[in-house]
Design a protein around this ligand. Structure first.
Ligand code: F6P
Length: 359
């Protein structure tokens, strides 16, 4: 039976979003369904005219799947339940979003998002009786119930490449290079990139550290005859006194940033090494998705349409043991999946002699 489904991207972008959309559109087309793309997350449904576009396989020429970003646009700051109007007042516009979805005849909605977006979309689904399926994306890889989220692999690849580029210049100048990577509240990017990129020290928010222990490791590296060292630090790492390092943007909005610059002089003082800091930032979110992200994105995109076909709503598609499965959305967002201290990767790093700054 023919269906009309909607699709939107919500929250921070990452590489692989267009590949998810491509798979959804191709799979839906094979079933004879219509796909309506919604621009800028739910914010596109609050515009007049609505920011929507019918998506067909022809929109996905050979290039789109390879492109970072999202052809639909996204937002991580326009929550329809607390929407800031032009005059500064805050209004609940969730009813308008639901009405718009109904006016478009959308029978099921695919939301490609992270925890914040899924929270909003599930509330909308409950309130408006909307059938919804989620596809996990976040470079932070901190959604529960899925081994991987779209965008993580590309972010790790970018961070690893940064370490590959920092190593020769570190060696040329006898320096300690500190690379600050993203990861709001979880250290997955730092941990994987640190292992892949041969870091000497990995600092993640899950493990407390001291400058003394970092210095001990760097001085051991030096005593063993190496003239440089590489440190990866996750943006969410606090100072040893437990202070968050944040940048306050115009309007008072806070974002992580600054732990690398804090550590640079501290480590220089404690080791006598010259230090330099690189903050990788949004470079980790852009660029072409890796083949792993493209495969994951398309497997999850196809699965999302399959769930709609089966009438299995309120679910997030997830990647577990090399299979696309479905899990209740609330289970995926209940807790932020941080790095488990007894995980294989923590054990691997320690066994390779990488220090977490704690011993
Ligand atoms: O959650 C994804 C993420 O990229 C985090 O790693 C980072 O802290 C944050 O988003 C940055 O958000 P924004 O794009 O609003 O600066």
């Amino acid at each position: 039976m023919s269906k009309t489904i909607g699709i939107l991207t919500s929250g921070g972008d990452c590489a692989g979003l267009n590949a998810v959309m491509r798979a959804v559109v191709f799979r839906a087309d094979s079933l004879g369904w219509k796909v309506i793309g919604i621009g800028n997350g739910t914010a596109g449904l609050l515009e007049d005219p609505l920011r929507v576009k019918v998506l067909s396989p022809a929109d996905f020429d050979g290039f789109v799947m390879r492109r970072g970003g999202t052809i639909l646009g996204t937002t991580n700051s326009r929550n329809p339940f607390r929407y800031t109007m032009k005059d500064g007042t805050v209004k609940d516009r969730s009813g308008e979003v639901i009405e718009a979805l109904q006016s478009l005849g959308i029978e099921a909605l695919i939301g490609i998002g992270g925890d914040g977006s899924f929270d909003i979309l599930s509330r909308l689904a409950k309130q408006g009786g909307i059938h919804m399926v989620g596809v996990p994306k976040t470079i932070d890889n901190d959604l529960s119930m899925t081994d991987l989220s779209v965008g993580f692999d590309t972010a790790v690849m970018v961070a690893t490449e940064a370490l590959d580029r920092l190593q020769p210049t570190a060696a040329s100048h006898d320096r300690v290079m500190i690379l600050e990577v993203m990861g709001r509240d979880a250290g997955h990017i730092a941990l994987s990139a640190g292992i892949a990129g041969g870091a000497d020290v990995i600092l993640i928010p899950e493990i407390s550290y001291s400058i003394e222990k970092i210095a001990e490791k760097i001085l051991r590296v030096k005593a063993d005859g190496r003239n440089f060292a590489l440190i990866v630090v996750s943006e969410a790492v606090k100072s040893p006194e437990g202070e968050k390092r944040e940048v306050v943007y115009y309007g008072g909005e806070k974002r992580y940033g600054g732990i690398g610059d804090y550590l640079g002089p501290e480590i220089a003082r404690a080791t006598g090494f010259e230090t330099r800091v690189t903050v990788l930032g949004h470079v980790q979110r852009g660029g072409n998705p890796t083949h792993n992200d493209r495969v994951l994105a398309q497997a999850l995109g196809v699965k999302a349409v399959d769930l709609i076909r089966e009438g299995d709503f309120g679910k997030m598609v997830a990647w577990q043991n090399m299979q696309a499965v479905s899990v209740p959305i609330e289970d995926a967002i209940r807790v932020c999946r941080t790095v488990a201290l007894d995980s294989t990767l923590v054990h691997t790093a320690r066994s390779l002699g990488i220090s977490f700054g704690d011993s």
